[in-house]
Design a protein around this ligand. Sequence first.
Ligand code: ADP
Length: 455
Amino acid sequence: MSPAVPEKQVLTSFQLSKRVGLTLCVLSLIFASIADYFLYQSLVSKDFGLIDARMQNYQRILSHAGLDKLIEVIEQEQVDSELWLIEISGPRERRFSNQSQPDESLLRLTDPHWPVLNTEKKRWLVRNEISDNLSFTLGLGSLERQQQQVAYRWAMLFTLLPLIMISLLLMYRIHRHALHPLRDFLRTSQQMQQQTDLHQRFRVSEPDTELGQLAEQTNRFLDTIERLFNGMQASLDNVAHDLRTPLARQRLRVEQLLMQPSIQNDPETFEALATISEESERIEKMLTTLMDISQAETGTLPLNKQPLDPQAIARQAIEVYSFIAEDKGCEIHLQSSAPCSLVADELRLRQVLLNLLDNALKFSPDNSRIDVTVQCTRDSTVIRVQDQGCGIPEEDLPHIFDRLYRGDKSRGSKGLGLGLSLVKAVIEAHGGELKVSSQTTKPSGSCFSLALPNT
Ligand code: ADP
């Protein structure tokens, strides 16, 4: 099993667009605020201009014709009291006001620097002048200015919002397009890892770009890795092949020596030769397995395929391990669906099941249970071996099918680290698939599941 590939992926293009979008929003807000400020300032200075002009006019009348004439002129003018505030007051009393009922709650702004955000409430923009012991207050209502400000703010919103949305959409599309080769890259490398297929190469669609050059460079790396990997494999196979025959000859010679009475009468020599024979057998077995794996992987393993009853094969394999299971107080249960048949090499299939059962028993605690399930469908047969053992740590899972790999927990136990490599190679040589799921926390255990086509 290869390590899980994250299912839900956050797209870089989405993240980039999100960041650009955020920056765009902040910049637009700053830009809109600055524009709002300047617009407000220009409206205010325009209003002050109107107030100043009127103030100068009234002061001219006051100095030439006196207060009574001024009040008369103001009354004749019939200025809109909603728009204009005109107040004249002496040191102690109010002399004139064009407001029937002066509303003291209305704000009077004499020096407004900052734009008013609440544009609903009316305010007076006022100038105050004192001359000839008279206080002159001229105010201009803020409603018109506020309306202009509101209209401007809406215009700003309706212009900036679609602009931001369109820019974001464009940005997202550009990023998606620009990052397409990277997604391709990721997909291919995931496939490579999942299928442990070193033949695959990255697609180079635009060789002149940085991404195209990266793909080309990585392909060159992969060529080197594949060459080294194949060379290593070939050397291992050659060594295995070349060592097997002299080793078999050596073991035969040792066994012949062990039969001689002179050796049998010398316990020390006999024991040494017996150990040599045992070790030679172990190395021979290892070399044979290595050769089998190599042949199965290259498609040259001779397979004597014939119709088989998978349930019978499973039963026979369980039978082989029944004594060892009994010794450990373990129970091996066989569950199977309706009788069925599949076409496979009987010896190899039995070897596969024996390997899986051997591991299941080896890594299970005493008095535990092992379940072997045979499930047949119309096209395939699935055989599962589930144990209640220690489980396989997540970091070991991608390597357990590698040749000579042994997990930390199995270092003390017997084994060559070739069992699962052989199981996988044989199953794949049959056109099948081997999967594993495992859990190291309670309830721990591993489940090896092989699927073989029925024909
Ligand atoms: P070996 O059993 O000779 O060590 P294998 O190729 O059969 O070699 O297994 C490789 C490794 O996979 C083992 O060393 C062990 O760490 C792990 N393994 C295999 N089967 C099981 C299992 N049923 N439970 C726990 N670990 C397992």
